[in-house]
Design a binder for this molecule. Structure first.
Ligand SMILES: *Cc1c(COP(=O)(O)O)cnc(C)c1O
Length: 460
């Protein structure tokens, strides 16, 4: 056997977007002005942007070509018909509603299913999912096994919903009060960990037993299919698309942020099997998003989305996608950087509490690492720890969350293997300077979602 080859991109470059190379001194100045919060930095001062994989994908030539064919008719546009037929074929669901983002689909569906006294059950509710449910007065419960929540365990499907916990909740609140069971694939808020086909099948059986609606939040359903094909027995010979279709067939409804696996920069979808529910959702769609044949989208957006939904199941693309995320994780691990394992599909999480163990949690070790990566290499990423989820007790003392992580999210088809190697090189410099890295003090925080606009100072 020959030596393993470089993970080369299954595409070549037709258009380039120049990036500015800046110096560490310049970036320190930028960071200081931004209150040590990378959300407040202008993207022109960022070299590698790993803040999110949402809406940051690069489109291919076929998508840009389709954009020119956008039919901008108000009703019954050709572009809508193209998207509708693509989505029907993929999901097997007869009712398709376009929306401007995933959260718009959530607001419509959970606005109807929710309300005071209702309960929603999920493996892990994504923040916008939880917010849209709680906004209606309903409750949202996450059901994950202790084994899956433990960052140390190496399991193939750490995104699975815990069926026993879900059944207990149904018994406790009464089946008639359950708004829906929502299976999120991959499980975004739990490290992008995959969900098995077996788990989807068990959720279906549970929903049948109690007469509960099964919603698939499947904005990364293609990435999830990759893990099923390579980890779950019986799927070796199926295509990624067949696997996704098999999972979708279990669900009653599907919500999707097209900013992820539809490979576009904006868009969302809601698909349904039930005619009555579809009618109620369509009425809300027309009031708040737009007419039923465009939702919040332009005809050209729908064209690009239709192409993206076909392309994302390409086996060369998916292999490259998952393997390049894994490549970053594996090499960080080999350098001795503590990373959450196994690696998820769209991001790598560094355990900053372990890595920067000289910085106490109330001085934000995750934020310190985020700042060091920016100054050392112009890399932008996000803290998922005390800045994002920290609270105060009545005496005003900091209550830290369970973990202090830094998320490196990988945009789709945007950075090359050499960009990822560069990120690894920057980590070498960060390791070298680790002991001189200092914590931060929060000097401004807004009342809600403080991570977006909080400001900090470096502790001397
Ligand atoms: C991104 C995301 C959403 C929300 O979609 P937006 O397009 O950002 O509104 C919902 N659920 C999951 C799992 C997501 O990752």
């Amino acid at each position: 056997m020959g030596k393993a080859r470089t993970l080369a991109e299954p595409f070549r470059i037709k258009t380039v977007e120049p990036l500015r190379i800046t110096t560490p001194a310049y970036r320190e100045e930028v960071l200081h002005k931004a209150g040590y919060n990378p959300f407040l930095i202008s993207s022109k001062d960022v070299y590698i942007d790993l803040l999110t994989d949402s809406g940051t994908s690069a489109m291919c030539d076929r998508q840009w070509g389709a954009i020119m064919q956008g039919d901008e008719s108000y009703a019954g546009a050709r572009s809508w018909e193209r998207l509708e037929s693509t989505v029907k074929e993929l999901t097997g669901m007869p009712y398709v509603l376009p929306t401007h983002q995933g959260r718009a689909a959530e607001r419509i569906l959970y606005g109807i299913l929710g309300g005071e006294g209702k309960v929603f059950i999920s493996n892990t509710h994504f923040d916008t999912t939880r917010a849209n449910i709680e906004f209606t007065g309903a409750k949202a419960f996450d059901c994950m096994s202790d084994e899956s929540l433990n960052p140390e365990t190496e399991l193939p499907f750490k995104g699975n919903l815990d069926i026993e916990q879900a059944e207990n909740l149904i018994e406790q609140y009464g089946a008639e009060n359950i708004g829906a069971i929502i299976l999120t694939v991959t499980n975004n808020s739990s490290g992008g960990q995959p969900v098995s086909m077996r788990n989807a099948k068990e959720v279906r059986a549970l929903c049948d037993k109690y007469g509960v609606l099964f919603v698939l939040d499947g904005c990364r359903v293609a990435e999830n299919s990759y893990f099923i094909k390579h980890r779950e027995p019986g799927f070796e010979h199926k295509t990624y698309r067949q696997i996704a279709q098999e999972m979708l067939a279990f669900a009653d409804a599907f919500v999707m942020s097209a900013k992820k696996d539809a490979l576009v920069n904006m868009g969302g979808l809601l698909t349904l099997k039930d005619a009555k529910l579809a009618e109620r959702c369509t009425n809300l769609l027309i009031i708040s998003e737009g007419f039923a044949t465009y939702g919040g989208l332009a005809g050209r957006d729908m064209e690009a989305m239709a192409v993206g939904l076909e392309e994302v199941f390409d086996s060369d693309y998916l292999h490259y996608r998952i393997k390049s995320t894994e490549y970053l994780g594996r090499h960080l691990h080999e350098k001795g950087i503590p990373v959450v394992r196994p690696f998820g599909g769209h991001a790598i999480y560094v355990d900053a509490k372990k890595f920067y163990n000289h910085i106490p949690v109330h001085q934000f070790p995750g934020q310190a690492l985020v700042c060091d990566l920016y100054v050392q290499g112009g890399i932008r990423c996000v803290e998922v720890g005390s800045v994002m989820f920290g609270k105060y007790d009545e005496a005003g003392n900091h209550i830290p969350p369970k973990s202090e992580l830094v998320r490196l999210a990988i945009p789709r088809r945007v950075y090359t293997q050499s960009h990822i190697d560069y990120v690894l090189d920057v980590f070498d410099d960060v390791i070298e300077e680790k002991q001189s890295s200092k914590g931060l003090k929060m000097v401004y925080e807004p009342p809600f979602l403080r991570h977006f606009t909080a400001r900090f100072e470096r502790i001397k």
